[in-house]
Write a new protein. Structure first.
Lengths: 369, 300, 342
């Protein structure tokens, strides 16, 4: 519109009438404003807090693992303190001679580069390798259980809302909430006790582990079947303990949506029930649940320790438990870090998903007026 | 004078009872809530009162291992011939206590700082809110587990404290939001203009209307705490002493009781005790949620 | 076009059945605009919603008929329609436009998709055809098609949404359009626009219009005939001229006197004393009697039927309609003006 005068160009004004400084500022402001960047910043901060907490827990408190390790090594092998400290610093990613804050910064530095140290038990095995051996199984079991419970849960919840106060509704809602209120490790125990010991329906001991040795990994039916066989129990436990929440959430979200004006208007417009249920009721009711799903993903990973320990399923939860028993502190730190990262990532994903699914959020300003 | 004072005193004495009766009447419309309340009362009595009459019986009887229930042993015996029912009675105290304390502390923290943040506002508010947001995403269980392992907590009070320290975030946000919305209301303005002081405003004017959030959060925190504590005990991550349900679970797991057919009563009893108590809490809280949420109540 | 005969609807509540609509009868003729006027709680919305059988679960039609005559001359009993027939009837024969245009659209899909849905549901044709029709309709209501269709509902103002809803209602060329409180949630300027729009559309397209309101002034602008409802039943049926100049029911008179004038002196507005009756336990006599300035003991005995008055095509549910006529006096000046002048 307005042509730039030579003076304006000199002062760094672009054709839009803003100075380059102003343009740069609004660019940064624009980026900062996006939910992604804010969520990432928050996530980084959280991870930072957890990392710091674990570091100081392990390092600072009296009787902390590092000193214990050093004393233990000294007692066992008789090397000098300096040598033991050297060994410890290698394993713990710490330089014990340096002041504490220096050690902390070094630790952070190594973390950023992806170096989590080495396992105290199997010396020389990087923590990352250990974690990568166990993490996929947790993701598999938790992921499958969560996904199945979500899919079935929202269907049942939707139906329960449509057939409100029917026998179906009462049955589904009560059973769902009942099973979900029982702690997941108790459900695991009950499954083992009843299906395995009492009624001898399942060969529990054989179902331990993630796969049967002797069946080579690969996308073969026998391997996949084997993996499912071993994963059946943990998946079932996660499925049972989570589904109640989805059923009830979806039911209440659907009930609320059914009362919305646009549903009545849609009916008045003569739309078919199918279309109304899917695009008008379903898509709106599910919105809050998507966020919940992503958040749940993060937390179930963290809480898998109980179930995996009881069912002897080799995921990060079980490894954490073993690491605790064996006082393998580097592995412990590493696993907690991984769990935190996954929770944070899940939360960020949840935010992103929601802003994508709900057009009312995250659009760069509406055409209001 | 005294004749006139008596009805007033009677009314004052009757006051709390009237509230209780009203509350029960509200609950009676929701049978699940009644069942939940009954369950909670039952277990609380069982864990805290009954042990006075039925103290822990440590007698070992090697000839009566893993027996089925009989009159003498209503829930059978354990691996050393001890009475399971007796253990259940005496085993609830620790767990319930930790649950209660954890919920209590986290509620106190949340209420204090939440209302503080909302009433004081400004930088303090932003700081508290920031911390809370980050705290919300911290995975409680792994941090708790590591802390338990590293710190070697023997006193259950510490466990309760850690649970509380981890779990205050969600309630704080709710309290803060509520206080913020109430801050603008008339009666708060009135109190403020009367210069009644910050604490008075918080505790007498605002908090009573947030009873519902607090109670429901309290119950929720309790279920979470019990879940964590029992789990920790089950896995032996917490040094165990005395007798409690968690220890029973641990022993069952460790001694392979889950694989013996006969020992089913030993393993089932603590499972049922914990599960039923959690269920009672959940049912009670969902009935309370129903009561406190007017929209759900009026809906047909 | 549309005949409602002795329609009665009850709401089932814990305290007992609420008789929200009682023995309502009226006719709508081709090309006519009918205004249904009443205060909130008079049953007008309940009655309107029943015309498309979208009453909430708790409501039951206890008596009456809703008869609709199609363009081919066939008479349909709306209450007897099957599911598919009902679906077809809705929107293509009778379009019911609800009050809350603010939330009338699915928030997660675009306006275009909502048009498409409507077209698809009634077998309108290809997407291209629907698009053409949507463009045409939006221009009719003075909106820019490209911008509107691409938008999500929350991006548009209340007035825009109301106009889009009106446009959409005409999509299938219904014979009857029912508007429930078309201007209530809007500001004065937008109200003006909508009223003008409705008038123009009606002239161009020739549908029959029923609109429900508590606002008499709209009736004055748009309606040919008016029925006033009170406590669930019709208390007066008349042409719009008759109602404004020659009302025959005390309630109508009260309503007219309660309309303030934009210009002129203050203090001329009278509200009607008292409040509407409890619809669960109705008094045996005339329901308006407690608030009626012309009441006599006989009014308490039985609820009057709709009586024909001294003017053609004009009924009032009042045994004292002659006294009302006398009170109203000369039929040259609208009652509202007279009230303001006094």
């Amino acid at each position: 519109m307005a042509a730039t005068t030579p003076v304006q160009t000199q002062a760094g004004f672009d054709a839009g009438g803003r100075s380059t400084y102003g343009a740069a500022r609004s660019l940064v402001g624009g980026i900062w404003g996006t939910p992604l960047v804010r969520a990432l910043a928050r996530g980084l901060l959280t991870t930072f807090v957890v990392v710091t907490m674990t570091f100081f827990l392990i390092r600072l408190l009296p009787g902390n693992p590092v000193d214990l390790y050093i004393n233990q090594v000294i007692a066992e092998t008789g090397i000098t303190y300096a040598q033991a400290a050297d060994q410890a610093s290698g394993l713990f990613n710490l330089d014990l001679k340096a002041p504490l804050h220096q050690q902390y910064l070094d630790y952070l530095g190594r973390l950023v580069r992806g170096d989590l140290g080495a396992s105290l038990l199997s010396q020389g095995t990087p923590v990352t390798t250990v974690i990568l051996a166990f993490l996929p199984w947790t993701l598999f079991a938790v992921g499958t259980g969560l996904l199945l419970s979500f899919v079935l849960g929202i269907v049942l919840g939707l139906l329960a809302a449509y057939w409100r106060n029917s026998v179906f509704d009462t049955a589904v809602s009560s059973i769902g909430s009942l099973v979900s209120s029982v702690p997941n490790y108790l459900v695991a125990l009950l499954l083992v006790v009843f299906l395995g010991t009492q009624f001898r329906l399942l060969p529990i001991t054989q179902m331990r582990g993630a796969s049967t040795p002797g069946i080579p990994p690969g996308f073969t039916p026998s391997y996949i079947g084997d993996v499912l066989f071993h994963g059946a129990l943990p998946i079932t436990v996660f499925f049972l303990t989570l589904i109640g929440h989805w059923i009830l959430s979806m039911k209440s979200a659907t009930l609320a949506t059914l009362e919305e004006d646009y549903v009545t208007v849609a009916r008045a417009r003569g739309l078919a029930d199918r279309r109304i249920t899917s695009a008008y009721v379903g898509r709106n009711a599910i919105l809050p649940l998507v966020t919940q799903f992503a958040i749940a993903a993060g937390y179930v990973v963290g809480g898998a320790i109980f179930v995996e320990s009881i069912l002897v399923y080799p995921g990060v939860g079980l490894k954490l438990y073993q690491a605790i028993q064996q006082r393998d502190y580097t592995v412990m730190q590493g696993i907690v870090l991984i769990i935190t990262v996954s929770v944070v990532a899940a939360n960020i994903l949840a935010d992103l998903l929601y802003s994508r699914l709900d057009p009312r959020i995250g659009r760069a300003g509406g055409a209001g007026g | 004078m005294s004749a006139a004072a008596t009805p007033l005193t009677m009314a004052r004495l009757a006051g709390p009872w009237v509230k209780v009766v009203d509350f029960l009447r509200l609950l009676s419309g929701r049978p699940i809530g009644l069942v939940g309340l009954a369950g909670v009362i039952f277990f609380v009595l069982l864990a805290f009162v009954v042990p006075f009459f039925v103290p822990y019986d440590d007698k070992v009887n090697v000839t009566a291992i893993y027996e089925a229930p009989t009159l003498a042993h209503p829930l059978g015996t354990d691996s050393s011939g001890r009475d399971v029912w007796n253990q259940i009675i005496n085993g609830g105290r620790d767990i319930l206590l930790v649950g209660f304390l954890a919920a209590f502390f986290s509620t106190v923290i949340a209420v204090t700082f939440g209302s503080l943040a909302a009433t004081v506002g400004g930088r303090l508010d932003t700081a508290i809110l920031g911390i809370t947001d980050i705290w919300l995403t911290i995975p409680h269980l792994p941090v708790l587990i590591v802390a338990a392992a590293v710190l070697n907590l023997s006193n259950l009070l510490y466990i309760a404290a850690i649970l509380a320290v981890l779990g205050w975030a969600s309630l704080l946000r709710q309290i803060r939001a509520q206080v913020l919305s109430l801050r603008e209301r008339d009666y708060v303005e009135a109190a403020r203009s009367l210069d009644l002081g910050l604490f008075h405003i918080i505790f007498r004017e605002i908090l009573p209307s947030m009873r519902s959030y607090i109670v429901i959060h309290f119950i929720f925190a309790m279920t979470g705490a019990i879940y964590a504590v029992a789990g920790l005990m089950l896995l032996g991550l917490v040094p165990l002493s005395g007798i409690n349900w968690g220890l029973m679970l641990n022993l069952a797991n460790v001694k392979g009781a889950i694989f013996f057919k006969d020992s089913i009563w030993y393993i089932l009893s603590p499972i049922l005790a914990i599960a039923l108590f959690q269920l009672s809490l959940v049912w009670l809280s969902s009935a309370l949620e129903d009561i406190f949420n007017p929209r759900l109540r009026s809906g047909g | 076009m549309l005949s409602v005969r002795h329609l009665s609807i009850d709401y089932l509540t814990r305290r007992g059945p609420v008789h929200s609509v009682r023995d309502v009868s009226f006719d709508l003729h081709k090309g006519e605009t009918l205004a249904v006027i009443g205060e909130s709680g008079s049953g007008k919305t309940t009655m309107a919603v029943s015309l498309v059988r979208l009453s909430p679960r708790a409501a039951r039609i206890t008596a009456g008929q809703i008869l609709y005559r199609t363009a081919e001359g066939e008479t349909i009993d709306v209450r007897g329609l099957g599911t598919d027939e009902l679906r077809h009837y809705r929107w293509s024969e009778l379009a019911m436009v609800f009050q809350a245009a603010l939330n009338a659209f699915n928030p997660v899909i675009t306006i275009w998709e909502q048009f498409h849905d409507t077209g698809q549901a009634h077998g309108y044709g290809s997407a291209k055809k629907i698009r053409q029709r949507a463009d045409e309709l939006l221009r009719l209501v003075h909106l820019e098609p490209d911008r509107m269709l691409r938008a999500y509902p929350h991006e548009l103002s209340g007035g825009m949404r109301q106009r889009i809803l009106i446009a959409m209602s005409l999509m299938l060329e219904p014979q009857v359009v029912v508007l429930d409180e078309p201007t209530t949630a809007l500001d004065i300027l937008t109200q003006r626009q909508i009223i003008d729009l409705l008038g123009n559309l009606k002239k161009r397209l020739g549908f029959s219009l029923v609109f429900i309101s508590h606002d008499l002034s709209i009736a004055a602008e748009l309606a040919d005939r008016v029925i006033t409802m009170y406590a669930g039943t019709v208390v007066e049926r008349a042409s719009v001229q008759d109602l404004f100049y020659r009302p025959r029911h005390p309630y109508s008179v009260g309503l007219l006197r309660a309309v303030p004038r934009v210009s002129g002196e203050l203090g001329s507005v009278e509200s009607i004393a008292g409040s509407p009756p409890d619809l669960i336990r109705l008094p045996p006599g005339c329901t308006y009697e407690p608030r009626c300035p012309l009441r006599i003991p006989e009014c308490r005995e039985a609820e009057p039927a709709l009586l024909a008055v001294d003017l053609p095509d004009h009924d009032a549910r009042c045994i004292r309609w002659q006294a009302v006529a006398e009170q109203v006096g000369s039929s040259e000046v609208p009652v509202a003006v007279k009230a303001a002048a006094s």
